[in-house]
Design a protein around this ligand. Structure first.
Ligand SMILES: [Zn+2]
Length: 79
């Protein structure tokens, strides 16, 4: 996992995005999302072979991106 200023760098878009923690309110779930490419992780092991596209993940839960109530809990979750 690559860390920049205490924040986790997205391994998928190669340093362009930071991974923030978020809570999907309708699902009562914590996910970790890249602010650039919308790669998502369901646990805090942020590695390239585990990401799922956020919209794909939401669809698998019966939600669209628009319906999902995504609360941004910030990028400082790693500390
Ligand atoms: Zn990314």
């Amino acid at each position: 996992m690559q860390i920049f200023n205490g924040k986790v760098v997205c391994p998928r878009c190669d340093g362009n995005g930071l991974v923030y923690k978020s809570r999907i309110d309708n699902l009562d779930l914590i996910v970790y999302i890249c602010d650039e490419c919308d790669a998502s992780w369901q646990d805090d092991d942020i590695c390239l072979n585990k990401f799922q596209d956020l919209s794909t993940f939401l669809q698998s839960k019966g939600l669209t991106y628009k319906d999902a109530k995504i609360l941004d809990l910030g990028c400082d979750w790693k500390k």
